[in-house]
Write a protein that binds this ligand. Structure first.
Ligand code: PEP
Ligand code: MG
Length: 596
């Protein structure tokens, strides 16, 4: 939301998603009601554009058939027959041929060609003096919108590729898959209307170290390409036409951060040990094999969460077992002897594959996601399990399943691992028979059966991003309710406590790999709650280590004790802030330098 300030300057306040400050020219990409993009396609790639149209038609056909099936089940065949008209449009050879011809003749992209031809059809049909045909216009509009939706599933990706000069990207939304593609040389920073701190777009921005602000409501409507802005990822601000004074103040803020980072480098090679001698495992989260350099540089002891989804997106087919094996092995080899925890595929929610026709869901985060998807798409899961098992010969790989909601899923997944091990043995393919398998704890039901789960795994990793959204019923993506997303809610702290206690009762360790693990204000609280490992984005690791080394575990336990007996999330947060500011002054973006 905008706020007028000094002359010509306008301040938009959103949610800080990734630290850093940048200034540059605005490039507006996707607006809320997106115009159909048009771009020139080289001769050699025209075939691919025709292929995209055909794929979108197949995908749409599958979706319409699925809707038809659901309507038949709920309301009977007569009502479902309206979808016959939709299916006919999708099979209309004249329309399809005309779109292909336009692509070839005008050398344009698929969505532009399809929308141009479809508009012509609609105009012709609307003009006909026949009631029946005119009624078909609504059907056609509907199915055309669906085809375009499928074609433009990755609109920002195409537009991002076309950036001519470095700029600040402003968009209604950026999908995690498009964010993973961002070229740091061209995208100085970005800001979006929607999103929150724990959306995967924000998580990726942090790992790419691109300043970002999300949840700005309508910034993509307010700004136009070419304007000058400053993005302040520390405070969640986007400032249009920044004055000299604003630039000066933010320049100082950026310089203080550089000084801070230099100071933090001093602890890079030191262990994450508290003042009273307790050793914490401090690991890093990675999204791509290339992130290993950042892990080594930040002083983490290996990887606590390797989100493997990004190996699967941006491609036209699933990665083969061999390709996955090489990627997993590469990460493990680069970080040896430190452990690398590979998380099995967590597709769904806000991460989709363009080439897998996944039906649209009302509540994707409660839907066909993560382990649920894998336990149904068995060949996808088996391929990944085999690849991870093969890579485990490196000796430092561990594996964990996301979104375990109860024992049945864990047992099924473990049985599949046994099956894959038997198959590899029969094929004389080596793997580490002692590969440790863990479960992510990110659904409240898993906490409540944690003792049963703990008997069947070697570790727990608390996925607090999801645990918070599922416990508090607060969509982690929705900026409008971001104020309700409270990591210090007493219910969350009790769930963490229960998980850690169940783990320790059963002789296994429990870590945290959600975003709270990278928040210096919350790290002492987590320590006090007894977690054994924290895993955070590489840029956040040095601050967490700095803080751990200045914390007494006995005091962190007192903080946790206070929090577990307090009824107010705000009070717990305030006490945690006061604690962190006291033990590590200067870490918190104020004027003080960190004491070395
Ligand atoms: C989490 O939910 O906390 C987590 C680490 O997994 P993701 O953010 O990928 O859902
Ligand atoms: Mg999760």
């Amino acid at each position: 939301m905008a706020e007028s300030a000094r002359s010509g300057e306008k301040v938009f306040r959103g949610i800080p998603a990734s630290v850093g400050i940048c200034c540059g020219k605005v490039v507006v990409l996707g607006k809320r009601d997106e115009a159909i993009p048009r771009w020139a396609v080289p001769e050699t790639e025209l075939g691919q554009q025709v292929e995209r149209v055909e794929q979108a038609l197949i995908q749409t056909r599958q979706q319409v058939l699925e809707i038809q099936r659901q309507v038949t089940a709920a309301m009977g065949a007569a009502d479902a027959s309206i979808f016959e008209a939709h299916l006919l449009v999708l099979e209309d050879r004249v329309l399809i041929d005309e779109v292909s011809r336009l692509i070839q003749e005008q050398k344009v992209n698929a969505e532009f060609a399809f929308s141009t031809v479809a508009d012509r059809y609609l105009a012709t049909l609307s003009a006909v003096n026949d009631e029946y045909l005119r009624e078909r216009v609504a059907d056609m509009r509907d199915v055309i919108a669906r085809v375009l939706g499928n074609l433009m599933g990755r609109p920002d990706e195409n537009l991002l590729r076309g950036l001519a000069a470095p700029g600040v990207v402003i968009s209604h939304d950026l999908t995690p898959s498009s964010t993973a593609l961002l070229d740091k040389k061209m995208v100085l920073g970005f800001a979006t209307d929607v999103g929150s701190k724990t959306s995967h777009t924000a998580i990726l921005a942090r790992s790419l170290q691109i300043p970002a602000v999300v949840g700005l409501h309508d910034i993509s409507e307010e700004l136009v390409s070419g304007q000058s802005v400053l993005v302040d990822g520390f405070n969640g601000l986007v400032i249009l036409n920044p004055t000299d004074q604003t630039l000066f103040e933010h320049g100082q803020l950026a310089r203080r951060q550089v000084t801070l980072q230099e100071k933090l480098r001093a602890v890079q090679t030191e262990p994450a040990v508290t003042l009273d001698g307790t050793r914490l495992v401090l690991s890093a989260n990675v999204e791509q094999a290339a992130d290993t350099e950042a892990v080594l540089a930040c002083g983490a002891e290996g990887v606590g969460l390797f989100r493997t989804e990004y190996l699967f997106i941006h491609r036209d087919a699933l990665p083969s077992e061999e390709e996955q094996y090489l990627a997993y092995r590469q990460v493990a080899a680069a970080l040896k002897p430190h452990p690398v925890v590979i998380r099995t595929l967590d597709l769904g929610g806000d991460k989709f594959l363009s080439h897998l026709p996944v039906p649209k869901e009302m509540n994707p985060f409660l839907g066909w996601r993560a382990i649920r998807f894998c336990l149904q798409e068995l060949s996808v899961f088996r391929t990944q399990l085999r690849a991870i098992l093969r890579a485990s010969t490196e000796g430092n790989i561990k594996m964990m399943y996301p979104m375990i909601s109860g024992l049945e899923e864990l047992n099924q997944a473990n049985a599949l691992v046994q099956e894959c091990k038997a198959a590899l043995r029969a094929e004389n393919i080596p793997f580490d028979p002692a590969l440790e398998v863990g479960a992510m704890i990110e659904i409240p039901s898993a906490v409540m059966v944690a003792d049963s789960l703990a008997k069947r795994v070697k570790f727990f990793s608390l996925g607090t991003n999801d645990l918070i959204q599922y416990t508090l019923a607060v969509d982690r993506m929705n900026e409008r309710i971001a104020h309700l997303y409270e990591p210090t809610h007493p219910a969350i702290l009790q769930l963490i406590r229960l998980t850690v206690e169940a783990a320790h009762r059963n002789g296994i360790w429990a870590g945290v790999c959600g975003e709270v693990a990278g928040d210096p204000v919350l790290a002492p609280l987590l320590l006090g709650l007894g977690v054994d490992e924290l895993s955070a984005a590489p840029p956040l690791v040095p601050s967490i280590k700095f803080l751990v080394r200045r914390t007494k575990l006995s005091e962190a336990k007192e903080l946790a004790e206070f929090a577990l007996n307090c009824e107010s999330p705000a009070e717990i947060l305030a006490r945690s802030q006061a604690f962190a500011h006291r033990v590590a002054p200067g870490l918190f973006n104020d004027q003080t330098e960190p004491a070395s």
